[in-house]
Design a binder for this molecule. Sequence first.
Ligand code: KIV
Length: 285
Amino acid sequence: MSAQYTLDTSTSRAHPTPAPMKRLTVPQIAARKGGTPIVMLTAYTARMAQLLDPYCDLLLVGDSLGQVIYGLDTTVRVTLDMMIAHGAAVVRGSYHSVVIVDLPFGSYEASPQEAFRSAARVMAETGAAGVKLEGGAAMAETVAFLTARGVPVCGHVGLTPQAVNVLGGYGARGRSAAEHDKIVGDAQAIAAAGAFAIVVEGVVEPLARAITAAVACPTIGIGASPACDGQVLVVDDMLGMFERVPRFVQRFDELATRIDAAAAAYAAAVRERSFPGEAQLYRPA
Ligand code: KIV
């Protein structure tokens, strides 16, 4: 389903739609348990959303934008306003995928009511179909509260980057029996509370398998083996934009190398005055 889009600057929408198209829905994603693997990528901008949309079931406006877009050291300093600005851009750039937006650290943990206020802003101001939040049993009440009030919630268990200061790093989780059992329990709690899907990040393969078997909703893995109902990657990792390649990432391109070559060619062309050339000139009428 490849498509050529342009951005209509009068409406800021991706035009034209490649075909009469209905966006996928959250219940359709929830029904994919055990079926064709769910394809999810992060997206942070309208143009990237346009390019990814035809191939994805879900686009995640992840708070990884803190590192990827803003050069922050962790996701802890990402704000709700940042998430809303990028969430709106991704919704404008997409037609097909379900768009969900991460609730950032500090915008939902204090109470279900606080989570609802943040999620309602995200949904009203971006047009996204739902939110993702990190945490297990401690977040179950919040997941139930949001779901009962019209906010679809994707959970996120295992390695939860917003908790990096508690976890002490980004190492894979679930190597001890106690941690294995705790994370399975976390996933079960938020699934029972109504999560429509659960991202499982950075866990050993047997734990990913156990979580996927233990919950009725689809699991979407990142660094969690093929034992999940779908996969997600940070798009810039997948495209080869960074030198550091986490073990769980497969690079499907080497974009940083290609951008480097393009920038070098541009700089050389400017310095030797071969750019702009004849083709780029405005001529008097
Ligand atoms: O913020 C993000 O990009 C995420 C993915 C790693 C799942 O939560």
